[in-house]
Write a protein that binds this ligand. Structure first.
Ligand SMILES: Nc1ncnc2c1ncn2[C@@H]1O[C@H](COP(=O)(O)OP(=O)(O)OP(=O)(O)O)[C@@H](O)[C@H]1O
Length: 271
């Protein structure tokens, strides 16, 4: 049976997003069994667990893509409801899925403004689909978004996404999710398919998100990346909490052991 010990430690910051006792069932599969989770502004909370532990399900519940069967949501300790992606987005909760959902044939500026394209002034008499896009404004907005995250390797916001590296694409997808006022950003295995240099670029963007006071949820299996960017590490196993540690209080071996076997007595006392 999974153990459910939450150890937030004396230095745990006050949460921006907190969920409590979340349950999610898919028919006979009880994917989340009373999970507690939280992340503060200016914090990277890693969410780890073995395959099938419930990480993606929890992330989708937080993003409103799945509705929880039971449980409570709080933003800055005020109860809120999240029953759709729209609800989550209204609360500033954004998710970057592994497939990134970028349009390869469009440039960076068009991708960053997708669905919220600025229109040239003076054409409001036309039906919306006939109004000309304001390319210059689109470029300015895109450049601001790129500058905010300090994506240094991107030469131009007019570059086609199809010609960008994996790291650059990940950075563009993050910049689009964050927008100007994204407060919670959830990243699903952002470095899974990347080489060393591109991983570095993405980890720098994640750190930049923290530095700009976002609350970052970071799903990964890569212990090196986790120990580089995370402030705290939340371990799930079989759809339940095992523990949440401050990064400096735990080793990669302890995390792997908690993911695969849960906590032994000694670790429970330490956590
Ligand atoms: N849409 C679904 N329908 C039925 N079962 C599902 C669905 N989504 C997830 N599950 C089940 O819920 C459990 C948790 O899955 P989830 O994808 O959240 O795990 P995970 O920790 O993200 O794993 P991985 O690291 O392999 O992505 C698994 O048993 C999975 O088969």
């Amino acid at each position: 049976m999974s153990q459910t010990k939450q150890s937030m430690g004396p230095t745990a910051p006050s949460p921006h997003l907190r969920v409590s006792d979340i349950h999610k069932r898919f028919g006979g599969v009880h994917a989340l069994k009373g999970v507690n989770f939280e992340v503060a502004r200016g914090e990277v909370m890693a969410l780890v667990g073995d395959n099938g532990a419930g990480k993606s399900t929890l992330m989708k519940v937080l993003a409103g893509a799945h509705t929880a069967d039971e449980g409570q949501f709080f933003i800055d300790e005020e109860a809120v409801s999240v029953n759709s992606p729209h609800d989550a987005s209204d609360l500033g909760i954004q998710i970057v899925y592994q497939d990134l959902a970028l349009c390869e044939n469009l440039d960076v500026a068009a991708n960053l403004c997708l669905g919220a394209e600025p229109i040239k002034p003076g054409f409001s008499f036309l039906p919306r689909f006939l109004r000309p896009l304001d390319d210059l404004e689109m470029e300015v907005r895109a450049q601001e978004a790129i500058d905010r995250l300090q994506v240094k390797t991107l030469k131009s916001v007019r570059a086609k996404v199809g010609g960008l590296s994996g790291g650059q694409r990940q950075a563009i997808a993050i910049a689009r999710a964050v927008g100007a006022d994204g407060s919670v950003v959830m990243l699903d295995e952002p470095t899974a398919a990347l080489g060393v240099a591109q991983t570095r670029q993405v980890l720098d963007v994640v750190k930049r998100l923290r530095d700009t006071n976002h609350a970052v949820v970071y799903i990964s299996h890569n212990m090196r990346d986790i120990f580089e960017v995370a402030d705290r590490i939340c371990v799930l196993r079989h759809g339940a909490n095992v523990a949440t540690w401050n990064k400096n209080d735990v080793t990669p071996d302890q995390i792997v052991s908690a993911m695969t076997r849960g906590l032994d007595k000694e670790a429970q006392n330490a956590a």
